[in-house]
Design a binder for this molecule. Structure first.
Ligand SMILES: Nc1ncnc2c1ncn2[C@@H]1O[C@H](COP(=O)(O)OP(=O)(O)O)[C@@H](O)[C@H]1O
Ligand SMILES: [Mg+2]
Length: 261
């Protein structure tokens, strides 16, 4: 079994999703510090775009079909790269060898679904002890010219192709919620009932909020890969996930027991 771990940090944690281009500077510092202190090997980080991508994509209509203005596409990509740079800067300052991987430069979608992503350089980054940091992005699309690729979709693709052992998806709520209650486990059987409880984001999010997230993560159960949705805005949770704790948040897993978590 590989010792690779994917940690997704939601844009909801790193930014204020109700306002355009608003960094949660203290949160970026804390997240970088938590990751550095956990000091795990084989880590891949994916972050969402938050207010550095979603509002712009919405404003430019990049989330719906139609003719593309490539200046707007380029602007949206540059803005999400700003967030990526901020996170990487703080990771490096904390002694983490974090390196950027921009999906626009190495991935293609077809009708909004990720169809190809260059993986060999990520393998080499991991073999050399660096931590690749990917993000939700605009990507070239063989059907629609461009489309939005969510960090959640990237997580699923990388987990499948990199032989990942644990997948953690940090967001700004305590897990997948039924009102005030955290749903501890979701399986493909229970997902049909849970789906009715899920909706989009309270902030601006063009990739479907919690519904979009769980719709992606449930696909991993086909490969018997479990994922863990938890509140990354709460101090200690990122370190707890990285250190292998599972007694918080929501675990999305296949019906089969003996999961990889
Ligand atoms: N049943 C639910 N449980 C938890 N969150 C939900 C649920 N339904 C809708 N949401 C919304 O989904 C948001 C998380 O998704 P999102 O904003 O896309 O986060 P991220 O930026 O981490 O991807 C929550 O903050 C909440 O507003
Ligand atoms: Mg989201």
């Amino acid at each position: 079994m590989s010792d690779r771990i994917i940690l997704k940090v939601g844009g909801s944690v790193l930014t204020d999703k109700t306002r355009e281009k608003c960094l949660n500077v203290n949160e970026i510092d804390r997240v970088a510090g938590d990751i550095a202190s956990a000091n795990v090997k084989g880590l891949i980080i994916v972050h969402g775009a938050g207010s550095f991508g979603h509002p712009q994509a919405k404003k430019f209509g990049l989330d719906v079909s139609g003719k593309r203005n490539f200046i707007e596409v380029a602007l949206t990509h540059e803005i999400v790269k700003e967030l990526n740079r901020e996170l990487i800067k703080r990771l490096v300052e904390n002694g983490v060898a974090a390196v950027p991987v921009h999906p626009l430069s190495c991935a293609i979608s077809h009708a909004g679904r990720l169809s190809e992503m260059m993986i060999c350089h990520i393998e080499l980054m991991l073999e050399n002890g660096t931590i690749p940091v990917l993000h939700g992005d605009v990507v070239m699309d063989t059907a629609w010219s461009i489309s939005i690729l969510s960090g959640d979709q990237i997580v699923v693709h990388l987990a499948r192709h990199l032989g990942v052992r644990r997948v953690g998806v940090g967001t700004d709520v305590d897990g997948v919620m039924d009102g005030n209650r955290v749903i501890p486990t979701i399986t493909p059987k229970t997902f049909n009932d849970v789906r009715a409880l899920l909706s989009g984001s309270s902030g601006i999010d063009v990739t479907g909020g919690m519904l979009g997230k769980v719709n992606e993560l449930i696909k991993l159960t086909d490969d018997n890969i479990s994922s863990h949705v938890f509140n990354a805005s709460k101090m200690g949770n990122i370190a707890n996930f990285l250190n292998g704790k599972e007694n918080f948040g929501t675990i999305i897993r296949s019906e089969r027991h003996g999961t990889n978590l």
